[in-house]
Design a binder for this molecule. Structure first.
Ligand code: G3P
Ligand code: CA
Length: 313
């Protein structure tokens, strides 16, 4: 591996749900492809099953990425959704996972991997860590994990402590210190502060944390507070572009500059070659904007090969 490969590179590419521009999100196939494309980190969105097992899925429900409605019609809730938390791990692993579709079965991204084609399953957090560590072993790479604590309050309401289970797993697999190759992210500030001040000290862990932000630009006070427990912020493209969420015709915000002044690195989500914000028509123009004009430190990318190629050009 070269000096440009892996966690050592200054600006990072995080494979958003794997190489999800090419294969169904969060499948091991998508993760292996992202690894081979040179991503620095693989992202895991984490939710829990009825029996308290960590699985790598973006949504609390399974309807848009699997055949759950046909397989387990009886677990449907009043809102028409079939929830991960209503299935055991054994049941979940029998599902066929597919490219993401909408409520009508139409692909979210028409030019990506065709829905209901080939054979994919969901996977546990442990299975994905073992895939990553196996690839690090067989290739000599230094690719890291970037797990997200999804909806911690929902899990607490169901008697499940997702953050604790995630940290226990990370510790078992050797992710302990600041440079061990795992970054923990969440939109939930309360839970991230609990991770920082209670859960990691109890376990002797000191992992870097990313506070994900959505909506409006954070205030200076917000960033100062975030800097007391987090190392990075995760911001939407809209947050870089100011009030007009889909256009850069307005002046870009100074959120990156402000974050850097508070010692926070900035990782932006989500770069997609097939869903570019106006007025961009080319992913590399967007890469140039976020990396060079805005000075972001990392990108969550559905097309990690393209983002790696831009940084290595
Ligand atoms: O975690 C960063 C980015 O993935 C946030 O968006 O909804 O894809 O998890 P989401
Ligand atoms: Ca995520």
């Amino acid at each position: 591996m070269t000096q440009q490969k892996g966690i050592a590179r200054q600006k990072i590419v995080i494979a958003h749900r794997g190489a999800s521009g090419y294969l169904p999100e969060h499948t091991l196939a998508a993760k292996a492809m992202a690894y081979a494309q040179g991503a620095d980190y693989l992202e895991q969105d984490l939710v829990m099953t009825q029996d308290g097992q960590l699985v790598v899925l973006h949504d609390l429900f399974l309807d848009d990425v699997s055949d759950v409605a046909e397989r387990f019609p009886n677990i449907q809730r009043e809102n028409g959704r079939h929830y991960v938390i209503d299935l055991t791990l054994e049941q979940l692993l029998t599902l066929h996972m597919t490219e993401r579709v909408d409520a009508h079965g139409t692909p979210r991204f028409p030019n990506r991997f065709p829905p209901k084609q080939s054979y994919f399953t969901a996977n546990t957090f442990n299975q994905e860590i073992e895939l990553l560590q196996g690839l690090n072993c067989s290739t000599g790479g230094l690719v890291g994990l970037y797990p997200e604590i999804k909806s911690p309050e929902f899990h607490h309401e169901h008697g499940l402590d997702l953050a604790s289970a995630m940290l226990d797993a990370l510790k078992v697999y050797g992710y302990v210190g600041r440079d061990s190759g795992a970054i923990v992210q969440s939109f939930d500030a309360t839970e991230l502060q609990r991770v920082k001040h209670e859960l990691m000290p109890e376990r002797g862990l000191d992992l870097p944390l990313t506070q994900l932000l959505s909506g409006a630009e954070p205030s200076q006070l917000g960033l100062a507070e975030i800097a007391t427990y987090a190392n990075n912020i995760g911001v939407s493209l809209a947050m870089l572009f100011g009030n007009n969420s889909q256009s850069v015709s307005v002046e870009p915000t100074d959120v990156v500059k402000q974050a850097h002044e508070h010692g926070l690195a900035v990782h932006v989500y989500t770069l997609r070659a097939d869903q570019l914000p106006t007025p961009f028509t080319d992913l590399d123009d967007l890469h140039q904007f976020v990396f060079e004009r805005m000075g972001v430190d990392g990108v969550f990318s559905d097309f990690p090969d393209r983002s790696v190629r831009f940084l290595n050009r």
